[in-house]
Design a protein around this ligand. Structure first.
Ligand code: ADP
Ligand code: MG
Ligand code: MG
Length: 251
């Protein structure tokens, strides 16, 4: 995939309109960040892009390389190269992390599944790169993982899957500074002409380590401002009040 285009997207949850007309273009190779107050619809946007059926698209569309993907299932979208790291990674009992990761990788290449030996090598390489403990493959998925370990594990999954576009929702929340650096190292290692990312974050600090091409601010279910990385620095200083005043918003 080369480009994700979101046009005038309106999304409702339980008949309540959350997104009120989002426009966004992410080209291959670009890193984008979305910031914005709590409850403004950032996670809703990521759920809608991934095709979560709980989020109804009532108007507008989502296109990948000019093709409307609004009707595609979550799996179909994943096969087209989309990846989402969860804001709250869930616990999956009885499945080891290694098995889960292998299944996730193979789900995207049903014609050519990776062998266990091949996958073991890739897993070990990426695990070491992210300075994760050796035992991490044998543990049950997310059971007893600390907050930081869960986030690293999401990044490990991304490195193994090698998606074209990753949506990273609050991957920095609850991380200490060392874990934040590891997570950033993982994301930065993906940088290429064939990879783009949409990072949702509350804190400018993440963007010191993963420097975005564009920063967007979402308020009231819309993107109200887009600019370079300096926008995040300004928000860190002024909060959202300054921007509301500038734009004459009452959101
Ligand atoms: P953000 O990520 O910007 O904090 P969200 O997208 O999580 O905001 O939420 C936006 C609004 O939509 C909130 O009012 C939230 O309560 C509501 N919402 C989101 N998802 C659901 C859901 N699955 N069920 C009910 N309400 C939801
Ligand atoms: Mg939130
Ligand atoms: Mg959220």
């Amino acid at each position: 995939m080369n480009e994700l285009t979101i046009k005038n997207l309106h999304v409702s949850v339980h008949d309540k309109e959350i997104l009120t007309g989002v426009n966004l273009v992410i080209r291959s190779g670009e890193m984008h960040a979305i910031m914005g107050p709590n409850g403004t619809g950032k996670s809703t946007l990521s759920a809608a892009i991934m095709g979560d059926p709980n989020y109804q698209i009532t108007a507008g569309k989502i296109e990948i390389d000019g093709e409307d993907v609004t009707e595609l299932s979550v799996d179909e979208r994943a096969r087209s190269g989309l990846f989402q790291a969860m804001q709250y990674p869930s616990v999956v009992p009885g499945v080891t992390n290694f098995e889960f990761m292998k299944a996730a990788v193979n789900a995207r290449r049903p014609d050519k599944p990776v062998s266990s030996l091949q996958f073991m090598k890739q897993f070990e390489e990426k695990r070491a790169f992210l300075a994760m403990k050796e035992e991490v493959g044998h543990r049950y998925l997310n059971e007893g993982f600390s907050g930081g370990e869960k986030k690293r594990n999401e990044i490990l999954q991304m490195l193994l899957i090698q998606p074209n576009l990753a949506i990273l929702d609050e991957i920095d929340s609850g991380l200490d500074i060392d874990a934040l650096k590891v997570v950033a190292k993982g994301v930065n290692s993906m940088r290429s002409a064939h990879f783009s990312t949409l990072m949702i974050t509350h804190y400018q600090r993440l963007l010191d380590y993963i420097v975005p091409d564009q920063v967007h601010v979402m308020m009231g279910g819309q993107i109200v401002k887009s600019a370079g990385p300096d926008l995040a620095k300004r928000l860190e200083k002024e909060g959202y009040a300054g921007l509301r005043d500038e734009l004459g918003l009452d959101l």
